[in-house]
Design a protein around this ligand. Structure first.
Ligand code: FES
Length: 289
């Protein structure tokens, strides 16, 4: 595993686009690598979720979604970050999406789906005054992906426009902090490891997981074995893990391994032999060698 570098190498890439209203959008790029996007998005969705909104802005369509409570899920599976709330979820491709246990995603599509550019932006009006702040992502085909909207000092409660001349400039703190870390390299990333790369082990709880949908005893066995071994591995359940047969199906993110036909005893062995000693249980690995 590559060592995590807390200092971002600045790209020094600035650009601007005119807006149809006579204004400008100024961009400052940051590296679109998982070592930068992982900590940044973890901060925004797990620590500062009250302050961000996500969505997209293209001509003819605007989408803005708020988080009213912390996301119940913020995890990377097969390259895609999933953030899920009680009401909606989103996916963003931060690493190559290989396409499940059989690596079915064609090479070209892997490149197209991957975030290839990220930038902090400021949207300026025709008078050159900044009026909104955020983050924009682009995919490998150069298409705009989602936006994150950062706190706006001109907006009060319920998106109410504040009286002219009374902006709450302290709201720019989050934008400034991200800029110092990810654009200017004036501050280190505030984590000692990439928080979105922490390993987890997950069992599929889908009722489609034929023939055995009995995932609960497997989950409990994994949890108690991980606790006993005092491992820094999150035990969780998930939706479909793209095997859908020979269940219960288990996925370990640390080295991208799928297991099938996992009974509680096998679950305990996965922890003691694979997670602790690095020896996979070859008879249960999927696809079989
Ligand atoms: S439904 Fe369980 S792996 Fe697909």
């Amino acid at each position: 595993m590559n060592e995590f570098n807390r200092w971002v190498t600045p790209l020094n890439r600035r650009s601007s686009d005119p807006t149809p209203q006579g204004g400008t959008i100024e961009y400052e790029d940051f590296p679109a690598t998982i070592d930068a996007t992982g900590p940044m998005l973890y901060t925004l969705f797990q620590e500062r979720w009250k302050e961000v909104q996500l969505g997209h802005v293209v001509e003819g369509s605007v989408l803005e979604l708020e988080l009213s409570e912390p996301p119940r899920l913020c995890v990377i599976y097969d390259g895609y970050l999933t953030v899920a709330t009680q009401n909606w979820h989103m996916h963003l491709c931060l690493e190559e999406h290989l396409g499940g246990p059989h690596c079915k995603t064609p090479e070209e599509l892997r490149k197209q789906r991957l975030v290839s550019r990220g930038a902090l932006y400021r949207r300026l009006n025709a008078e050159g005054e900044p009026r909104s702040w955020g983050i924009q992502f682009w995919n490998g085909a150069g298409e705009r992906m989602m936006n994150l909207f950062l706190p706006n000092p001109y907006l009060g409660e319920d998106e109410d426009l504040l009286p002219e001349g009374k902006p709450q400039l302290e709201k720019l703190g989050l934008y400034e902090q991200l800029r110092e870390i990810y654009v200017l390299e004036n501050e280190p990333i505030p984590f000692t490891e990439n928080p979105l790369k922490r390993p987890y082990i997950s069992v599929c709880r889908s009722s489609r997981c034929y023939p055995s949908r009995n995932w609960k005893p497997v989950f409990e066995a994994l949890q108690s074995a991980v606790d006993e071994a005092e491992l820094d591995v999150t035990v969780m359940t998930s939706g479909c893990l793209e095997v859908c047969k020979l269940g219960p199906v288990v996925f370990y993110s640390g080295d991208r391994t799928w297991y099938t036909r996992v009974k509680p005893e096998i679950a305990r062995q996965i922890v003691s032999e694979h997670l602790v000693n690095g020896q996979k249980l070859v008879e249960n690995v999927y696809p079989p060698a």
